[in-house]
Ligand binder design. Structure first.
Ligand SMILES: *Cc1c(COP(=O)(O)O)cnc(C)c1O
Length: 293
């Protein structure tokens, strides 16, 4: 059973106090912002759809969360991804393994066929009585659950008597940060791109609407390739774990890396919204070990 509102903890990092909204505690599979983005569907009656159609990376957290949702609703889940390496097809791991066990039907496509298929998926899905969800759940349907998160933050801020609040959360598609900023006009919402550049992130967000004025897209000059191991990100992740909270190694570690570089420019209290994804840490730690880090 999901317990809302989620708790807010405090940690001290480099002599500064941070509040952390523990959305990672919502559910291991429907974790963090994925629960928030899918909340509208969690509350949708099972007979509203036959299934969900989506696409994207084959270790994606969104993929795993949608698989868990479909499993609990008795919905089919059709997911298109790029061709798997033979080794992975024989022995799926991590999020892919769990999603397949939850009944996800994976449709592997050649890279050229993949690019061509994606625009057709929506039409096909809707004709078949399925719901189409864009990659990463980047859909206006996400607004409802994120608005609920914003209400929890607002209530907490009031109870704590905090005047100036900065809310921080990492971005993939930017859907979470976008709707958070739109729902918290009195706060600044800071986010960093984890998947591509700042420009690419802004472009993704603009598909949802005009960028809210209180939304701050921050980045640092070094390029961290998405989901690749970097010693500085691992070290920071360990430091944060030592401070008392485990974050995810892909989004969380990079968001904190950027945040700490901007820290002197941020006035007021900071609430970091934990975006979940801890279940992927085992696979990432394995990759770090593989690299000898
Ligand atoms: C999916 C995910 C994000 C990115 O969320 P968007 O709404 O796509 O920006 C951030 N953190 C974690 C842990 C995620 O799994």
């Amino acid at each position: 059973m999901v317990q809302l509102p989620t708790a807010v903890d405090r940690i001290e990092v480099r002599h500064r106090r941070f509040f952390v909204k523990r959305d990672d505690a919502i559910d291991p599979l429907l974790s963090g912002n994925k629960y928030r983005k899918l909340q509208a569907l969690v509350e949708t009656p099972a007979d509203a759809y036959r299934g969900i159609v989506s696409y994207g990376g084959t270790q994606s957290n969104a993929m795993l969360s949608i698989a868990a949702l479909c499993n609990s609703k008795g919905w089919a889940f059709h997911y298109s991804g790029r061709l798997l390496p033979e080794r992975i097809r024989q022995q799926p791991q991590g999020n892919l393994k769990m999603a397949l066990e939850l009944g996800m039907q994976l449709h592997e496509l050649e890279p050229t066929a993949y690019a061509a298929a994606v625009p057709l998926l929506r039409q096909q899905a809707e004709a078949d009585g399925n719901l189409f969800l864009p990659q990463g759940g980047a859909d206006p349907l996400a607004a409802r659950g994120i608005r609920q998160l914003a209400i929890e933050i607002d209530d907490w801020q009031r109870a704590e008597g905090i005047k100036r609040l900065n809310v921080v959360t990492p971005s993939g598609t930017g859907t979470t940060a976008y709707y958070l900023a739109a729902s918290l006009p009195g706060s600044e919402v800071w986010t960093a791109p984890v998947v591509g550049s700042r420009g690419y992130l802004a472009e993704q967000m603009q598909r949802l609407g005009a960028l809210p004025a209180n939304l701050r897209l921050i980045d640092t000059p070094e390029r961290h390739r998405f989901a690749s191991p970097y010693p500085e990100l691992l070290a920071l992740w360990q430091e944060l774990k030592g401070a008392g909270i485990e974050f995810d190694l892909i989004y969380g570690a990079r968001m904190w890396h950027v945040l700490l570089q901007y820290i002197d420019a941020i006035d007021g209290e900071i609430l970091y919204v934990h975006s979940g994804g801890l279940i992927g840490n085992a696979t990432m730690l394995e990759r770090y070990r593989h690299k000898g880090l």
